[in-house]
Design a protein. Structure first.
Length: 146
């Protein structure tokens, strides 16, 4: 393509002009993605809570409360999951042996640790989706049969 056809309708600048090549990309390099004294990346989902709280007053206190709430959420979710698995493996008995419940809690924690160490959060999320999707299909089939 010649310069005549490439610049149709665009007037040439007056005077001397020169194109300077830079590594700057409009729309990407001009957006600040790291904020605060710790340089948190606002586009990193695991840290986005802290990036948001950093702009609010009492950021250290609210971040600590956020960490405690996330830990409480994970512990209660894990406990509920272990209770369900324990009840299913005990044949529906609610008062199953404590050692069986401890086994399921430990096993569930070890699987989560292995997945986090092996492939990080992505592998843990993939495992949750791959085990939850077939269960969803089973639940939908049960709903249709009822």
């Amino acid at each position: 393509m010649s310069d005549d056809t490439a610049n149709q309708g665009i007037p040439e600048p007056e005077g001397h002009s020169e194109i300077i090549q830079t590594g700057y990309q409009i729309g990407r390099d001009n957006i600040q993605t790291r904020i605060g004294p710790f340089g948190l990346d606002i586009h990193n989902p695991p840290l986005s809570l802290f990036a948001m709280l950093e702009g609010l007053p009492l950021a250290a206190i609210t971040s600590t409360i956020g960490i405690v709430l996330v830990i409480v959420f994970f512990v209660t979710s894990s406990d509920s999951g272990s209770l369900v698995i324990d009840t299913i493996t005990a044949g529906g008995k609610v008062d199953a042996p404590v050692s069986q419940r401890v086994f399921w809690c430990t096993f569930e924690g070890l699987v989560a640790i292995a997945l986090l160490l092996g492939g990080g959060l992505v592998s843990l999320q993939a495992m949750v989706i791959s085990t939850g999707l077939p269960f969803t299909v089973i639940l939908l089939a049960i709903c249709v049969m009822i």
